[in-house]
Design a protein around this ligand. Structure first.
Ligand SMILES: Nc1nc2c(c(=O)[nH]1)N[C@H]1C(S)=C(S)[C@@H](COP(=O)(O)OP(=O)(O)OC[C@H]3O[C@@H](n4cnc5c(=O)[nH]c(N)nc54)[C@H](O)[C@@H]3O)O[C@H]1N2
Ligand SMILES: Nc1nc2c(c(=O)[nH]1)N[C@H]1C(S)=C(S)[C@@H](COP(=O)(O)OP(=O)(O)OC[C@H]3O[C@@H](n4cnc5c(=O)[nH]c(N)nc54)[C@H](O)[C@@H]3O)O[C@H]1N2
Ligand code: SF4
Ligand SMILES: [Mo]
Length: 667
């Protein structure tokens, strides 16, 4: 008989939805929203619904696989685990444990997914990745400015007079916030959207401001300049609670508004008007992650933060410089789970440059890569280099549910469970502050096993089985330890399915910042010359690199797909996906292109081919190709992107990418 069970979405997403899953005869039949979830209220997106298809797909990897003479053969778990454990022992004895690279991302928001780190720490410490392809530049930027990256609670939007959506594709990536924007508008709030693409959120805006990609920091500087000229700044906040304001004044005086207008491709009047909007408090700023995936990404977020601070919108209801909500994840005791003190060796590679680092590594060279919750062949920049690095490593182990482009390169593929096949707790440090409980609903097909089972079995073979000798409840309790005294217990969470975490609902309302000075820092005190705000532009732009811009006149964005979470859903669509090259109208005109034309998009790093779609309202000279596409559907757009790091070293520059395009007759 069919049964409806509460569960939770595991996907790396702003929304962290509550689910109602229909289960019959040990099979997931349907995934719906849980109407009782306080934020997501019964609505979910297609990616969530498609978790049913993911779980039941005949394409699932069902058994451990080993590549023998170029072909995958099925082997037993016993053999797979024994051989991988023997290799790990051998590497530890002959080289050092850091000859193993753990390449991962965050494809699953489960708390127990962090136990991979416990495994690697107990093994002795491996080469780990630092930084983030996703939001690294902005996180680091907010740490410099505020000391942390925290957001206002979702319903605080109803206190805002004005709402600025700055480079967040809300309707597509953050659907429950979109619902709130519609409600806030009904209650009289004015909505402004700043984005080079006229996306679905821009369509509901009171005013849409199109900007040259990567120039948002300059735009914020222009608005600050106008704010100061008009005397609209919040003097009390600036004088009492900030550090380094004189540097900002000097900076905005060093450039004319007309020059800013020329570079940002935003009219001077718009900046004047926005200065008035920011001063007409409370004005909330909601930044997205796309706008910081540039060489100057950290500086961009810092200038937008500065604008929110100068206008007095920090620490007030209805205000805020909302980017990420790290306080959600900071509520749990991860160190209890990961045991960092057990690590004896340690080496770090930048996540962006992991391929170069693998190829260049010595003392020790990389002998094994273990991939979890990630698909680097599709998602990491400069695909050709990633392929070379991963293919040249003596042993590549990929733990996944499907034969992704990365798995195809592996020496061992270990089949893992989907979220409905194991119990976990889910949260997202992006938006709301609720943690959800996800029970095990069905058994896994074939021999698929949870990641945790794989770590436990390997740990036994490597002599630290005791470190993994805990029940799921015991692991959960470790993670929830700091919350138990605040009333959030495992028992309650299991029975209520979702619980509110004790976080600051209006961050910085007490004006006590977590920076070295305790103030908001326009100039990051302890960062030397790097701590000062600048008027930096993207690396691949006509302002920084005119020759390159001459050869490659168009700016390529590679935003997140509507119907897939990154690379996770393309292979599950009912009809085979086609690679779509979305272009601004001026490009179509210049090149005589029409919808459906087959084109080649290229730069020095590679080329991608696909079908033209003319994008109404897109900023001139802008192209978009959605990310995540598998080789068999046209190939990863990361063949075109650069592995350079952002200004502060922690972020990617995926959208800082110039290309050219032409019609291609060979379809
Ligand atoms: N459907 C769907 N939803 C998702 C995901 C997914 O894969 N699919 N992924 C999830 C994850 S991991 C993340 S990180 C989030 C990301 O959520 P978002 O930040 O909303 O999305 P991105 O695709 O990273 O960023 C794209 C937005 O930034 C704009 N943009 C790009 N460059 C600039 C710029 O220079 N200036 C300005 N002002 N805007 C710019 C784009 O036009 C687009 O509107 O989404 C999450 N939600
Ligand atoms: N060009 C370009 N590239 C981008 C981006 C962009 O905007 N443009 N966005 C970047 C961003 S924001 C992000 S967050 C990254 C995301 O990059 P990834 O996290 O690497 O991408 P995903 O496709 O979400 O997931 C990777 C793999 O994890 C597997 N997986 C899912 N659940 C589990 C599990 O429980 N255990 C294990 N072992 N595996 C699991 C999936 O099957 C999938 O193959 O991509 C980045 N790459
Ligand atoms: S992917 Fe995001 S919006 Fe969609 S169901 Fe999951 S958490 Fe909700
Ligand atoms: Mo992301």
């Amino acid at each position: 008989m069919a049964e409806v069970r509460k569960a939770a979405c595991p996907l790396n997403c702003w929304d962290s939805c509550g689910f109602q899953v229909t289960v019959e005869n040990n099979r997931v039949m349907k995934v719906d929203g849980d109407p009782s979830h306080p934020i997501t209220k019964g609505k979910i997106c297609g990616r969530g619904r498609m978790l049913e298809t993911r779980t039941n797909s005949p394409a699932r990897v069902l058994h451990p696989l080993k590549k023998v003479n170029g072909n995958f053969v099925q082997i037993s778990w016993e053999q797979a685990l024994d051989e991988i454990a023997a290799k790990l022992t051998d590497i530890k004895e002959k080289y050092r444990t850091t000859a193993v690279l753990h390449s991962h991302d965050y494809a699953n928001n489960g708390i127990l997914k962090n136990l991979d780190q416990r495994f690697f720490n107990c093994y002795g410490g491996v080469t780990e990745l630092y930084g983030s392809l996703c939001w690294g530049a902005g996180i680091e930027a907010q740490k410099w400015d505020f000391g942390n990256a925290w957001s206002h609670e979702p319903d605080d939007i109803f206190n805002s007079k004005n709402i600025i959506i700055w480079g967040r594709n809300v309707a597509r990536t953050n659907m429950h916030f979109y619902e709130k924007l519609l409600d806030a508008k009904k209650q009289g709030a004015k909505l402004y959207v700043i984005d080079p693409l006229y996306n679905a959120t821009a369509k509901i805006a009171d005013e849409y401001i199109t900007v040259k990609p990567g120039m948002d920091g300059l735009l914020a500087a222009g608005i600050i300049k106008e704010m100061l000229r008009l005397g609209l700044e919040d003097r009390v906040f600036i004088e009492q609670f900030t550090h380094g304001f004189a540097d900002v004044v000097r900076l905005v005086k060093s450039i004319s508004l007309e020059k800013i207008s020329e570079m940002t491709e935003v009219a001077c009047e718009v900046m004047t008007r926005l200065a008035q909007v920011f001063a007409d408090k409370p004005t909330a700023t909601y930044m997205g992650l796309g706008l910081q995936r540039y060489q100057n990404g950290g500086n961009t977020i810092r200038l937008i933060d500065a604008l929110a601070a100068i206008s007095g919108n920090i620490g007030i209801a209805g205000g805020g410089a909302n980017y990420a909500n790290l306080q959600v994840g900071q509520s749990f005791a991860f160190e209890e789970l990961t045991l960092p003190e057990r690590r004896q060796n340690h080496r770090q590679f930048s996540i962006m440059k992991q391929a170069e680092e693998v190829l260049a590594a010595y003392a020790p060279a990389i002998k094994m890569i273990i991939v979890t919750c990630g698909n680097p062949l599709t998602q990491v920049p400069d695909t050709h280099l990633v392929e070379r690095a991963f293919a040249s490593t003596p042993t590549l182990v990929v733990i996944d549910q499907f034969m992704t482009d990365t798995a195809m390169l592996a020496d061992y593929v270990l089949p893992t469970t989907t979220a409905f096949e194991e119990e976990d707790l889910y949260y997202s440090s992006m938006y709301h502050h609720y943690v959800n409980y996800g029970p095990k609903l069905v058994s896994a097909p074939g021999e698929a096993q949870p990641d945790l089972w794989i770590w436990t079995e390997l740990a036994k073979r490597l002599g630290f089985g005791d470190d993994f000798n805990f029940s799921r409840d015991e692991w959960f309790q470790m993670a929830l330890k700091p919350l138990a005294e605040k009333g959030l217990t495992l028992e309650k969470l299991k029975s209520q399915h979702t619980m509110e975490l004790p976080v600051e609902k209006i961050p910085w309302h007490d004006h006590k910042f977590q920076t070295p000075s305790g103030k908001y820092e326009f100039t990051a005190q302890q960062k030397g010359g790097q701590g000062r705000l600048t008027l930096a532009v993207p690396n691949e732009s006509k302002w920084a690199n005119p020759e390159l811009a001459n050869e490659y006149p168009y700016q390529l964005l590679t935003i997140h797909p509507m119907r897939s979470n990154h690379s996770q859903n393309y292979h599950l669509f009912a009809s085979k996906p086609k690679l779509k090259v979305e272009i601004a109208a001026n490009i179509a005109e210049e090149r005589g292109l029409q919808n459906g034309d087959f084109v080649k998009v290229w730069n020095d790093r590679g080329e991608v081919k696909g079908f033209i779609s003319i994008l109404a309202g897109a900023h001139p000279n802008t192209i978009n190709i959605d990310e995540g596409i598998w080789r068999e559907f046209g190939g990863s757009v990361n063949k075109l992107t650069s592995s350079r790091e952002s200004d502060n070293g922690f972020g990617s520059t995926l959208y800082d990418c110039l290309v050219n395009l032409d019609k291609d007759i060979r379809q």
